[in-house]
Design a binder for this molecule. Structure first.
Ligand SMILES: C[S@@+](CC[C@H](N)C(=O)[O-])C[C@H]1O[C@@H](n2cnc3c(N)ncnc32)[C@H](O)[C@@H]1O
Length: 141
């Protein structure tokens, strides 16, 4: 496994015991709902930046009814785990994941882009924070 991996499986397993299946950070579904409070997401397309192992992504598509959610993350092994959670939630048709390199957000048109606990990681000499940390928690048009 590369030295660049910040979330190896054994660490993720411990974090999920602490914060719940699919979550790498505290707060759980309630905090996801707070972050997007006031946004009407039903049927909209949402980009989840730094989606990790997919807990928040599932809340966006499941509880909050987003029509399509694309989760992006720089650690592909997290996305494998996220796909398992999504399959168990029966949301495969509305959630897709994409491994990215740090940099500008994927070109597309999004109703909303949101991020949760995902802007702290900076890679010197990379564009890790460009296009992510400059994004507010939620953008809606
Ligand atoms: C603290 S975890 C939060 C994961 C998830 N949002 C949650 O709330 O459980 C931060 C996540 O952001 C990802 N990340 C860090 N920098 C990123 C970047 N530049 N682009 C995309 N994902 C990034 C990490 O790999 C990690 O999965």
């Amino acid at each position: 496994m590369s030295d660049d991996v910040q979330y190896p499986d054994h660490f993720v397993e411990r974090l999920e015991i602490l914060w719940g299946a699919g979550f790498l950070s505290p707060g759980g579904p309630d905090e996801v709902r707070q972050i997007v409070e006031g946004l009407e997401l039903a049927g909209r397309s949402v980009l989840d930046v730094g989606c990790g192992n997919g807990g928040p992504t599932i809340v966006l598509a499941g509880d909050l009814g987003a029509g399509e959610v694309v989760g992006i993350d720089i650690e592909p092994q997290l996305l494998d785990r996220a796909r398992g959670h999504v399959a168990r939630a029966g949301l495969e048709t509305r959630i897709a994941f994409q491994a990215v390199t740090p940099g500008p957000l994927p070109a597309s048109t999004w109703s909303s882009a949101r991020t949760r606990w995902s802007t702290s990681r900076t890679r010197p000499a990379s564009s890790a924070r460009r296009g992510v940390s400059s994004s507010p928690a939620a953008i809606s048009r």
